[in-house]
Design a protein around this ligand. Structure first.
Ligand SMILES: [Zn+2]
Length: 195
């Protein structure tokens, strides 16, 4: 007999009450979201495997926040980290205007030069980006993860000829954020269709 085994992420939400959303710039209700991975047989949930996400989500703008820090969406420092990582690969001076542009387009705020410099210094000294993103993914909803992959792809496409290694780097960033290869390809296809 054939058993169809798999994993499925199940999202449960509870009402967290009101918080001051920095994106909406007004009090909004937030959901407390828990994403749990389940082992499935024939697509039926059998066994909870582990908690893979725990964050607040604004019910208006849908940005996800670390429950301990709602001063900015949780993806923003990681956007800066990803751009810094790619800047190191493609040349800090050659890519800094582009990185600032992508950051501003994504967040509607100016990139923090000091933060970028600190990230670049930490990465040069051996800070492991993929481990950092794996840990970060706990506080990110899918929308935030998609934004981070979009930023990585836009920067990569502008700075490279999208060789195997260039695309692989984008895939590794998506994988570290717990996105499947199909999902990463879909994000990239969507960008290509828009432009
Ligand atoms: Zn909001």
């Amino acid at each position: 007999m054939l058993f169809l085994l798999g994993e499925k992420v199940v999202r449960t939400t509870t009402d967290h009450g009101s918080f001051d959303c920095p994106i909406c710039q007004s009090p909004q209700t937030a959901l407390h979201v828990l994403d749990k991975n389940y082992f499935t047989v024939f697509f039926i949930r059998i066994l909870p495997l582990k908690l893979i996400g725990d964050y607040l989500e604004c019910s208006h703008c849908l940005h996800s926040y670390d429950p301990k820090d709602t001063s900015q969406p949780a993806y923003i420092p990681h956007l800066s980290m990803i751009l810094s990582y790619l800047m190191l690969g493609y040349g800090v001076n050659e890519s800094k205007l582009l990185a600032a542009d992508i950051y501003q387009n994504m967040t509607n705020q100016e990139s923090d030069e000091k933060e970028l410099r600190n990230n670049i210094a930490a990465l040069s000294e051996g800070k492991e980006i993929f481990e950092t993103l794996k840990a970060a993914s706990f506080r990110l909803n899918t929308m935030a993860k998609i934004r981070l992959v979009e930023a990585a792809y836009l920067m990569t496409r502008a700075m490279s000829d999208l060789s195997y290694e260039d695309r692989l780097r984008v895939n590794l960033i998506g994988n570290a954020l717990d996105l499947s290869l199909e999902c990463i390809n879909e994000i990239i296809n969507r960008i290509q269709q828009v432009q």
